[in-house]
Design a protein around this ligand. Sequence first.
Ligand SMILES: NC(=O)C1=CN([C@@H]2O[C@H](COP(=O)(O)OP(=O)(O)OC[C@H]3O[C@@H](n4cnc5c(N)ncnc54)[C@H](OP(=O)(O)O)[C@@H]3O)[C@@H](O)[C@H]2O)C=CC1
Ligand SMILES: C[C@H]1O[C@H](OP(=O)(O)OP(=O)(O)OC[C@H]2O[C@@H](n3cnc4c(=O)[nH]c(N)nc43)[C@H](O)[C@@H]2O)[C@@H](O)[C@@H](O)C1=O
Length: 361
Amino acid sequence: MDKNSKIYIAGHRGLVGSAILKNLESKGYNNFVTRTHKELDLTDKNAVANFFSIEKPDYVFLAAAKVGGIVANNTYRADFIYENLSIQNNVIHQSFLSGVKKLMFLGSTCIYPKNCPQPMKEDYLLTGILEYTNEPYAIAKIAGIKMCESYNLQYGTNFISVMPTNLYGPNDNFDLEKSHVLPALIRKMYLGKALENNKWDTICKDLNKMPIEGVDGKSSKDSILNILKKYGISKVNDKIQLEVWGTGNPMREFLWSEDMADACVFLMQNRDFKDCIGFNTKEIRNTHINIGTGIDISIKDLAFLIKKIITFNGELYFNKSKPDGTMKKLTDPSKLHELGWKHKIDLENGIKKVYEWYQNM
Ligand SMILES: NC(=O)C1=CN([C@@H]2O[C@H](COP(=O)(O)OP(=O)(O)OC[C@H]3O[C@@H](n4cnc5c(N)ncnc54)[C@H](OP(=O)(O)O)[C@@H]3O)[C@@H](O)[C@H]2O)C=CC1
Ligand SMILES: C[C@H]1O[C@H](OP(=O)(O)OP(=O)(O)OC[C@H]2O[C@@H](n3cnc4c(=O)[nH]c(N)nc43)[C@H](O)[C@@H]2O)[C@@H](O)[C@@H](O)C1=O
């Protein structure tokens, strides 16, 4: 990529897309094409074709997707498979038709089997059944990998795929139901701490920024208390009780979004599809690359770590009626390490940084 190459970042306002844009800007790239969801619905085939024929980007980072945590994936199953297949079909196919020099497709480590040997190597793809809670999303992501591989093999394109572990950072989704665990627990404990200290102005400010089911900072105290209770934050005899979903036993690996973005830019600069040829001498497959830290933590320990960082004094309880999902999904990032990239921000520092960002948002 030259500094003035035309780069399209699909999903540039999201957790990863915003970090990719920031990373590229910091490295001197200066010719970006961006569209919000409202300006260009990537599920609309004609609109995407029109966009590519006008803009003709040289490079594409495909970081736009329908994304959510375990409950969102499990509830909106049709939307997750339909929207993700449509977005990636349209963007990958139009990138081929308009002669994009290189495209990066972002998948997810949920592509690996539910009971995958740990840590998970790239070659474990399609070796077992998937985790049920996010099967539709995972199937779409697997289709994306295979689509990139297939276009490369049939048409000689240079489309690469990366499989990131669970990510977190600025511009994440902090919805109390649809988000991932780390932003959800940060917001729950932030609100729990404010409730603990009777800081109504803090609670109202938060709800004005992100109303929950029609309740905002101007709503009555009772409606606010009811909605917080519904999402597992309640005051019982002056003590705050805070719900954590599932048993707390699942293990998860977390990567700071700006490290993720740095890995994406590094691979875009240093890795081509042709470099994958020879991984398997008989058939070319599993050409994607894991992006992770290789370190995981239980949800219980994560919850207590966030509690400590936020200095929230309430009680945590584990709601076993909520799904655990996969019990362990730790990446093996050795392929990425061999190429010369390693993450920089550890979990504790990352949580401190994102908590600070959240408070000043
Ligand atoms: N977050 C995580 O933990 C993980 C994420 N990933 C993958 O990384 C990628 C980025 O995820 P993340 O940044 O977290 O997601 P976000 O939800 O933060 O951002 C998604 C972006 O996609 C855009 N978008 C969604 N639907 C459409 C659409 N129909 N048309 C146009 N734009 C659309 C949104 O646009 P707008 O802002 O305008 O609404 C938004 O900018 C995804 O492929 C995801 O699957 C993989 C593993 C873990
Ligand atoms: C990135 C990845 O994200 C999704 O998979 P997931 O890792 O299971 O997602 P999660 O972050 O929502 O949950 C992780 C764990 O944490 C527990 N948990 C506790 N308390 C809360 C809580 O308050 N909210 C949430 N969301 N989870 C909680 C929760 O019960 C689970 O055991 C995929 O669907 C798929 O999209 C994907 O690729």
